[in-house]
Design a binder for this molecule. Sequence first.
Ligand code: BDR
Ligand code: CA
Length: 317
Amino acid sequence: TRPVYFDCDTGIDDALALVYLMASPEISLAGIGTVSGNIDAAQAAVNTLDLLAMGGRDDVAVAVGAMNPLARPFTGGVPHIHGRNGVGNVELPHTEKQPENESAADMLVRLAHEHEGELVVIAIGPLTNLALALQQDPSIAGKVHEVVIMGGAALVPGNLSAVGEANIWNDPEAAQIVMQAPWQVVLVPLDVTLENYFEEDDRLALAASDSELNRALADILDLYFDFYVAEYGRKLCALHDPLAAAIAVGQITATRAPNVPVVVDDTQGPGRGQTICDLRGQRTGPKDVEGAHVRVVLDTDQPLGPVLLARLLDYQP
Ligand code: BDR
Ligand code: CA
């Protein structure tokens, strides 16, 4: 089983990704760091610890990460999408367990050394902690096996601005550092995440589960479904973060994912937060560009919805 450092801003789809990873025997959760995005990093840690405890996994260490993006203060999250508490305004049973004393960036640096060549980083929030870890110890780029990121928009519009996807737009300076570092990144952008969803039937299946954790996920999803009515015209939600997790685990395979140069716009202009992916010359099939090390996922082998639901329903905490 591959050791995973998981970086999240829990968050409704983050919660789904977390429980999916808890239920995945292919990987082991070596540590979790939180970051401000959907909610601030401290509340994200509370949500993460509560979900871990509900799943019987309070052995997993959680470190609070960056409260603010690199270049400006955190502006307070998105309560209309993820709820005031990040988990759809649902009150989860609270655990006594506290976060670690180390920061998320320290945890990542430590795990990269402890599991040299093995560690998979899965990042599904703003990339602040990853950038801080690289600044602290650039050698980790050569020690991490691969970095799977939910973020960006390659050939489709953004979701927080015309061109900016939320995780990148919330800290473009950090994202630029992470994309330029010499490690292998797998970027899972809106192009594919918006094509994978849970429908109301999936939510009802979770609600009918005999696991308290699945029933909590069903409750949490309700608010998220409301938000997506505007995008899709019916009650469902996109599976952004779970798709990155499932690609990292290997249950979903990226079928079109060339390694290409990716630059993040960290200027103050209208392009701020854009992931500029150089996809020229790809018309006749995916071609890796020499020296490039960001694989941009543009297609996957199968829909995630049924795979995710089956794994959640099978999970016996
Ligand atoms: C991303 O932004 C967050 O709101 C979600 O949790 C996901 O990581 C989608 O743009
Ligand atoms: Ca997220």
